[in-house]
Ligand binder design. Structure first.
Ligand code: CA
Ligand code: CA
Length: 322
């Protein structure tokens, strides 16, 4: 439900390309994000000694780890397909081999459970029978028992999914912004022509999307609280992920508005946030839900990190607004 933007000269409306990020986004060579690595200051004390040290090798016996059985599924009444919904309509589902955007006929009859994938709430909500939502757009969707648990305009707003698998199988933490994250936002804005000494960082999420033991960090920076219909110089709202790819830290942009000049006719403010992060197709890797809002509407997009060659790809979306 994204409006076409005129005046693209002044607005850098950024969307992650399907391909690899450009070279200028590459900043560091590392096997972990610099902000993730523990810096150990080793002090080497040079000692002169005549004693020959004997190295004692201690063989550590095999560790027997007793792990409590972990449930691989969540009990509930689930749809025949893992339907993903927003409060104002359905996005679609994974059919076992591909993403399917919403079609008129939804794979539910009413009374199904949905796991909330949102930074606004959690748990399970109940969905009704297929209906039409968001007058006068009439999206196919379901009424949720507690839609506010997914979030409300201007966001963040996540999604809910009628699927039995563990939706957050790997690390996912909400962090308080630090000067490091503010610095990354400053660098990103500056690379698009906007110099802000200390950008306002709204969200910092540490996540291991695929569970490979190397953490990613997703950052949202914005100086727009509630989007208006005029764009002012200096407006910014950007959501980006820092990820180690082939030993290099790359910055992948999910969505962004960066204004270096007054907006032209038809330009409106957008506010981006990360609505939620969770596995939305059951492959054990987590997808990112991007939420965007504008003065008379909002939408969500599901972004999948496909692989290091394809990067992030937008898979599903649904919106409501004029
Ligand atoms: Ca990872
Ligand atoms: Ca997944």
């Amino acid at each position: 439900m994204r409006r076409a933007l005129a005046g693209a000269v002044v607005l850098a409306l950024l969307v992650a390309a399907c391909g690899r990020p450009s070279a200028e986004d590459t900043t560091t060579t590392s096997s972990t994000l610099p902000e993730e690595s523990t810096t150990t200051t080793s002090t080497t004390t040079s000692t002169t000694s005549t004693t020959t040290s004997t190295t004692t090798t201690t063989t550590i016996p095999p560790t027997t780890t007793t792990t409590a059985p972990t449930a691989s599924t969540v009990p509930g009444r689930w749809a025949s397909r893992p339907l993903i919904v927003a409060p104002w309509g359905a996005l679609g589902w994974w059919d076992g081999s591909k993403w399917v955007g919403t079609v008129a006929s939804l794979p539910v009859s009413g009374g199904e459970d949905y796991q909330v994938v949102s930074f606004a709430g959690s748990g399970i909500v109940r969905g009704g029978a297929p209906t039409e939502l968001c007058e006068p757009v009439f999206n196919p969707g379901v009424e949720l028992s507690d839609p506010a648990r997914l979030g409300e305009w201007p966001g963040p707003v996540g999604v809910a999914i009628s699927a039995p698998w563990i939706v957050q199988p790997h690390l996912l933490e909400v962090l308080a912004p630090t000067s490091t994250h503010i610095g990354h936002a400053r660098e990103l804005l500056a690379s698009h022509g906007l110099d802000i000494a200390a950008p306002i960082v709204k969200q910092v999420l540490r996540v291991d999307l695929e569970g490979d033991g190397v953490n990613e960090v997703v950052v949202v920076a914005a100086n727009i609280e509630q989007p208006f219909w005029t764009v002012n110089p200096g407006d910014y709202s950007v959501a980006f992920m820092r990820k180690v790819v082939d030993g290099e830290v790359q910055t992948l942009i999910l969505g962004g508005l960066i204004a270096t000049a007054p907006g032209g006719e038809g330009d409106i403010q957008y506010v981006y946030s990360i609505g939620g992060i969770g596995d939305l197709n059951g492959d054990g890797k987590m997808e990112i839900v991007l939420h965007g809002s504008y003065y008379e509407g909002e939408w969500v997009e599901v972004w999948e990190y496909v692989n290091d060659d394809l990067g992030l790809m937008r898979r599903l979306s649904a919106g409501c607004g004029a």
